[in-house]
Ligand binder design. Structure first.
Ligand SMILES: [Zn+2]
Ligand SMILES: [Zn+2]
Length: 213
């Protein structure tokens, strides 16, 4: 969709796929693409305020493919950097930091050999980076944006539903000791997310996703 110059539809697809209240967003499996396809026109450009985060609560877990596609689509829909795109890029970065680092030219990662294993990244994560990096480097202004918002993007946000606390305002976040994928600003948020946020159903010890911190 992005290659066909339909970033708004791509954005809607990703928003529906990761919207915690959407039927396309499953707690158990990854997500339900057929349902997300029905949501391609859900938000018009006028509905999406570039100065605010996305109008849905995003599932915070490592769907690096959807998160990166959504960040790029948001950048294209609003013709450049925005708070909206930044808040998505932040989640995308924490799901898979290598695409941003490679576009910023801080890192070269090979798929061949053991490089991806040395980076403790699942091979599918590395393949995604190599498959789509050409799209990212060819978007005017994108590389500059990634360089200027680097510090902002690398700060984590609490993963609990509705909590907007960031690493800088609330001190260090703590990671869930079991899955090592969910980050919280405190015990209250962790408890809230366990039941009401659905983390209990998704919390599994890491297999292929022991990301560097
Ligand atoms: Zn919190
Ligand atoms: Zn967990």
């Amino acid at each position: 969709m992005i290659n066909r110059k339909r970033p708004l539809e791509a954005l809607n697809f990703c928003l529906a796929s990761l919207d915690r209240t959407s039927r396309a967003c499953s707690w158990h499996a990854d997500y339900e693409p057929r349902i997300a396809l029905q949501a391609l026109t859900r938000f018009r450009k006028a509905d999406l305020d570039p100065g605010s985060p996305p109008p849905v609560e995003l599932q915070p877990y490592p769907h690096f493919d959807l998160l990166h596609t959504m960040a790029l689509a948001a950048f294209l829909v609003h013709d450049g950097p925005s708070t909206f795109a930044l808040s998505i890029l932040r989640r995308a970065y924490h799901a898979n930091p290598f695409l941003s680092r490679m576009v910023r030219r801080e890192e070269q990662v090979r798929v061949e050999g053991s490089d991806y294993a040395g980076k403790q990244l699942a091979q599918e994560g590395m393949l995604y980076v190599h498959r789509f990096i050409r799209i990212w480097v060819n978007v005017p202004g994108l590389e500059d944006w990634l360089k200027t918002c680097k510090d902002d993007v690398e700060m984590r946000q609490c993963d609990a539903l509705g909590c907007k606390n960031m690493e800088d305002s609330e001190g260090r976040l703590s990671v869930c000791a079991r899955c090592r994928q969910a980050w919280y600003c405190g015990v209250e948020c962790q408890k809230k997310d366990w039941n009401a946020g659905g983390h209990k159903r998704r919390c599994k010890p890491p297999t292929a996703f022991p990301f560097p911190q």
